[in-house]
Ligand binder design. Structure first.
Ligand SMILES: Nc1nc2c(c(=O)[nH]1)N[C@H]1C(S)=C(S)[C@@H](COP(=O)(O)O)O[C@H]1N2
Ligand SMILES: [Mo]
Length: 541
């Protein structure tokens, strides 16, 4: 073989390998989607990456990518798989069993990752992996192994010479059947390359379609699991009607965050997709009378609805990892009274179906605040992303310590137990810090001299906001007009600014319901939540 042909062959094998990996992934997704309660193997492998990655790396990823960390991780797993496939096909040019072995190893990894969560039936991920291995090997065979040479491939392309009048065809001198010394590809080579690319392209499309179909089946399964969920009607509705209290300022966060815009932070690649029929909530641990509730029993209990602002402890000053929703659910203190916590049960631990845990002082759940086991958000059953079928919502406590999604157990424990993020160095307790955020103007956006509203939201830890002030450059602090709200929600604020041309610094600070001014001391989010006055620079022209 001449050198140029070897290079072409190498590229072909690499492409064939990458396509084989893509088809293999597509097949696993399709089979996983078709089987009830089977996990996506791509998602499972990504979960392994999250679990095994050093905590600093996970933190850095969340810091830089925010809520996009998961799509990026999944894309990374897919990309690495394609590279692995390409490398494998190259390594297997002379020994095909190397590729078969590599694909089998790939499948075993996927099956293992898929079977890791406790309670998963191992045969389902195994079956999905097997489909992937078979599809991968078949793809490699079709693309890289089937033909002995270009002549064999060209016959698969009917009418090839007539339909390939491209420049290469012309350069080859009207149909010379072999490469000439100048390295110009022959007609047969051009035809065979086309046939290869068409084949590779079609298989890639088939793999993508299989993956999309699998995802669709999986989401259908989750939706059908939730169908027929009838939420009980409330006798009275707490709080003002959604939107009624909004200060009308363009660019300002609405008082109630629409569910689709609500931030999402969790360790799950995709939400677990809980089937409410088999789901039970257990209230146990250090209690006199442990008990269990089915979804129906939970829904039959007296419900309350409250507006509560959730904040993620990873929210740096000015970040958007917070949202305000109308939550409906059963009072946590009622459930605790029924279970009767024992002396020394100083921590309330939330356990998720995916093993994630939260924990905060039991006393906070019993001090009269509106802590809920929530089943609905903004008038709808909780979406999968936000914890279906039930989650904890505890005013004034950061999400990592309290807001357990896909809740499976409320376990009373001692303070010595470290929940998921505490085990990884974040502070115990989790009480929220007072914060004022400037939503508008937006840094980098062009501003015209004249009336410019400065507006945002401010929240405090179950104490509420009594005052927000904004300052332009080193001018006086100007009190903001406040929107309504209660101790457990953020409040919108706005200051009308007559903006002169030039570069300006805008600062905002809040005072809580006890009259305490938000600290100016800047601290990053780790380990107990960011502090400092949100400060932005804008240019007015
Ligand atoms: N099961 C589970 N629940 C969880 C988490 C998680 O990783 N897994 N993350 C917590 C964190 S850190 C936050 S800030 C909130 C976010 O809730 P949201 O995604 O509904 O906004 O969920 C909490 N509950
Ligand atoms: Mo969080």
């Amino acid at each position: 073989m001449t050198a140029p042909r070897t290079a072409t062959g190498g590229a072909r094998h690499a492409v064939a390998g990458a396509v084989a990996a893509a088809v293999a992934l597509g097949a696993t997704e399709l089979v996983a989607g078709a089987l009830p309660a089977a996990p996506s193997l791509v998602q499972s492998v990504a979960s392994v990456v999250i679990d095994l990655a050093p905590i600093g790396v996970v933190r850095a990823a969340i810091d830089t990518l925010g809520t996009r960390d998961k799509p990026v991780l999944v894309a990374g797993v897919v990309l690495l798989s394609l590279l692995f496939g390409a490398g494998l096909a190259l390594a297997a040019r002379r020994r095909r069993w190397v590729a078969v072995l590599g694909l089998v190893a790939f499948g075993v990894l996927g099956a293992w990752a898929g079977a890791r969560p406790p309670g998963t039936a191992a045969w389902r991920p195994a079956l999905a992996a097997l489909a992937g291995v078979l599809a991968g090997v078949a793809t490699l065979a079709a693309l890289a192994w089937r033909s002995a040479g270009p002549a064999a491939e060209v016959t698969t392309l009917p009418g090839a010479p007539a339909s390939t009048p491209g420049p290469a065809w012309k350069a080859a001198g009207g149909g010379a059947p072999s490469s000439d010394a100048s390295g110009v590809p022959s007609a047969l080579e051009v035809a065979s390359r086309r046939s290869f690319l068409v084949g590779a392209g079609s298989l890639l499309a088939a793999g993508a379609a299989a993956a999309a179909g699998g995802r669709l089946l999986q989401s259908r399964e989750q939706v059908s699991a939730r169908r027929g969920v009838a939420l009980p009607r409330l006798g009275e509705t707490a709080g003002p009607a959604p939107g009624a209290t909004d200060l009308d300022v363009p660019g300002l966060s609405p008082f109630i965050t629409p569910t689709r815009d609500f931030y999402r932070v969790d360790t799950a690649i995709f939400p677990p997709g809980v089937d409410p029929r088999g789901w039970r909530l257990e209230i146990g641990g250090m209690v006199e009378r442990p008990f269990q509730l089915s979804y129906e029993q939970l829904l039959a209990m007296p419900m309350e609805e409250h507006d509560v602002t959730l904040v993620c402890v990873s929210n740096e000053v000015g970040d958007r990892l917070s949202g305000n929703a109308r939550w409906r659910g059963v009072r946590l203190d009622e459930l605790l009274r029924r279970a009767r916590p024992r002396a020394g049960a100083s921590q309330l631990v939330g356990v998720s179906v995916d093993g994630f845990t939260t924990g905060f002082p039991t006393a906070m759940a019993l001090d009269g605040r509106n802590a809920l086991v929530a089943v609905a958000m903004n008038g709808e059953p909780l979406p999968d992303d936000h914890g279906f079928p039930a989650r904890l919502v505890v005013p004034g406590v950061y999400g990592y310590a309290s807001a357990c999604k896909w809740l499976q157990e409320i376990r009373l424990d001692r303070l010595g137990f470290d929940p998921y993020w505490m085990e990884r160095g974040w502070a115990a307790g989790g009480q929220m810090k007072t914060m004022a955020r400037i939503d508008t103007p937006v840094v980098g956006r062009r501003l015209h001299a004249g009336k410019v509203p400065v507006a945002g939201v401010a929240w405090s830890h179950h104490v509420g906001i009594s005052k927000v002030e904004a300052q332009i450059d080193s001018g006086p602090w100007m009190p903001a007009r406040l929107g309504s709200g209660d101790p457990d929600t953020w409040r919108q604020w706005v200051v009308e600014w007559g903006a002169p041309a030039g570069a300006h610094t805008i600062r905002a600070r809040a005072t809580d319901g006890h009259g305490e001014l938000q600290t100016a001391a800047a601290a990053e989010s780790f380990p107990s939540g960011a502090t400092g006055w949100h400060t932005i620079r804008v240019l007015v022209t």
